[in-house]
Design a binder for this molecule. Structure first.
Ligand code: NAD
Length: 409
């Protein structure tokens, strides 16, 4: 099974409950546009580098297409299609006026210089500039991209369209970005974790947490949960894993990672086999790296009491069945990591209004949107006796379907 098939499987589980006709199902599931471009740049060595970039625009019935750009060696059409579809359901679920898109470039940014990444980004922007824009499609950071990459896109796009900061979100705060955007996804993961633990009769304080991935999302999730009293006892990244049963000093680890770019070598924890991280005996397990990390056997080996999907698409359907059968609750990706796109929406609004919101306002509004969505989905799942994932898709599909019905074909 590939990623898009997995997303479509989750879609179908919920669509059945809504009794959608085959035509409407096809309309909702099929991406609106898929673009593949060759991105050719001069490498620092003087040689030519050929890369392939993608942008998949899934659905824009509720507003402009919206979704991240990923720079990673596994980027391909199928992954972009799956992630674009997830964005459609995510923006509908938290009720912000966007559709869904995703894209990226197949490359390994850890092996490229900053100048090469800049040339790649500018060339990619040149290739897709006519299909993006503040009322068309608004990219944002994802794995392997950051605020700097968004600044280059804004600058390059501005050469065609003039000053247009709202063409991308996740920009640097000094260049029309929003306060709180960088931390927004991890902040949101911490908020839904807190709400879920409280529904389970527990609290963040004293809970143990393991996190796979210590990039943007993983590190901010760790920081916010630790601030609320959780013990982060295990973390990993692409290079290795660490554990400390007494709780890792997350701020010190973040300083270590900002200087050496990896968690390994941090003195405040002991090395552990990376493949053991997802089997950690903890209260909360947070996958915050790649998709597809839980297969059937992996799900059977999980010992956590709660899974919070900070990463997009970490769970294959066969693993999801195991979690459901074992009664391990899963906060699905389209809810757990929606804080990022919520604050992207606030950034877009601020750019269109040429007005800045203070951090407290951004965080307060993010928290309100996420807690409302969380409790709505939790209650819906209880009422219908379905998983939170199916409830989340159910709510999102109903909204997108209604928008299509009202707008007409
Ligand atoms: P990032 O590039 O900042 O960090 C990714 C982290 O994962 C790094 O620490 C990397 O070393 C680690 N990693 C990579 N391969 C790994 C492996 N095999 N085992 C363990 N760790 C590994 O990316 P990010 O922005 O933090 O995104 C992480 C996930 O969150 C992705 O699935 C992304 O789609 C999702 N997400 C991100 C945002 C956002 O705002 N950045 C929003 C929603 C969802």
């Amino acid at each position: 099974m590939q990623a898009f098939e997995a997303t479509s499987h989750y879609f179908d589980q919920a669509a059945k409950l809504l009794d959608l006709s085959d035509n409407i199902r096809t309309l909702l599931i099929t991406p609106d546009r898929e673009v593949r471009v060759e991105v050719v740049i001069e490498m620092d060595s003087g040689q030519i580098g050929n890369f392939i970039g993608y942008r998949v625009q899934h659905d824009n019935s509720r507003g402009p297409f919206k979704g991240g750009l990923r720079y990673h060696p596994k980027v391909d059409e199928d992954e972009a299609r799956s992630l674009a579809s997830l964005m459609t359901w995510k923006t509908a679920l938290v009720d912000i006026p966007f559709g869904g898109a995703k894209g990226g470039i197949n490359c390994d940014p850890t092996k490229l210089s900053k100048a090469e990444i800049e040339r790649l980004t500018r060339k990619f922007t040149e290739k897709i500039h006519d299909i993006v824009g503040p009322v068309k499609d608004i990219p944002a950071p994802d794995m392997g991209t950051d605020a700097q990459v968004m600044a280059w896109i804004m600058n390059e796009y501005g050469k065609y369209a003039g000053f247009t900061p709202a063409v991308v979100t996740g920009k640097p705060v000094e260049l029309h970005g929003s306060a709180g955007r960088e931390a927004a996804t991890g902040y949101g993961v911490a908020i839904v974790t807190r709400e879920m633990l409280s529904r389970m009769g527990r609290s963040v304080g004293g809970s143990t947490v393991a996190i796979q991935g210590f990039g943007n999302v993983g590190s901010f999730t760790a920081k916010f949960l630790a601030k609320e009293g959780a013990k982060v006892v295990a973390v990993s990244d692409a290079y290795g894993a660490l554990r400390n049963p007494e709780g890792i000093d997350v701020e010190a680890l973040a300083r270590h990672v900002s200087s050496v770019r990896k968690v390994v070598g941090f003195e405040g924890a002991q090395p552990m086999p990376a493949e053991d991280l997802l089997k950690s005996d903890v209260d909360v397990l947070v996958p915050a790296a790649l998709g597809g990390v839980f297969d059937k056997a992996g799900a059977e080996a999980v010992r956590a009491k709660l899974i919070v999907e900070a990463a997009n698409g970490p769970t294959w359907p066969e693993a999801d069945e195991v979690f459901n059968a074992r009664g391990i609750p899963v906060i699905p990706d389209i809810l757990a990591n929606a804080g990022g796109v919520i604050v992207s929406y606030f950034e877009w609004v601020q750019n269109l209004q040429n007005f800045r919101w203070p951090l407290e306002q951004v965080q307060r509004e993010e928290e309100k949107k996420l807690t409302d969505a969380f409790h709505d989905i939790y209650d819906l799942a209880e009422r219908k006796k379905i998983s939170m994932r199916t409830a989340a898709f159910y709510r999102a599909i109903a909204r997108v379907g209604r928008a299509h019905a009202l707008a007409g074909i």
